[in-house]
Design a protein around this ligand. Structure first.
Ligand SMILES: [Zn+2]
Ligand SMILES: [Zn+2]
Length: 139
């Protein structure tokens, strides 16, 4: 079971999987502005295995192709979801309780989820280490 939640604890979730295997990062304009960070690390989870155990996140339609979920109380970014791929949620990795990944495939974002495609760049190879199972405290 993988669990996570927002800063204040209002939004909580659990995912009925042992490990999240599909991790990517993105530094498109929408990801940067929606988090206030240089880039986002996102771990993809099957929607049918994800349960909101606290409050569900508020939703914001951040582009034509995706919406974003965030805590309505503390503002933590929680997830994004492609409009045409409702079978997956991409969870903000920083909100996982134990952010450890065992990715089997990587990881550069090739498809846009913002309208700002010009600024997209694929993930650098060195950044894939996050997805190869390094724990946050090891880095
Ligand atoms: Zn919160
Ligand atoms: Zn992005």
């Amino acid at each position: 079971m993988v669990t996570g939640g927002c800063l204040c604890g209002a939004v909580r979730y659990e995912i009925d999987v042992d490990v999240l295997e599909d991790v990517s990062y993105c530094h498109c304009t929408v990801c940067r502005r929606s988090t206030g960070s240089a880039f986002v690390i996102a771990a993809r989870a099957p929607s049918d295995k994800l349960r909101w155990t606290g409050a569900a996140p508020k939703r914001y339609r951040s582009s034509t192709s995706a919406w974003r979920g965030f805590c309505g109380d503390c503002g933590s970014p929680i997830c994004f979801q492609y409009v045409d791929k409702p079978e997956y949620h991409a969870l903000a990795a920083g909100c996982l309780d134990r952010p450890r990944f065992e990715a089997r495939r990587a990881l550069g974002r090739r498809e846009p989820h913002s309208v700002d495609q010009d600024r997209r760049r694929p993930a650098a190879e060195r950044d894939a280490g996050v997805a190869r199972g390094q724990r946050a405290e090891d880095r």
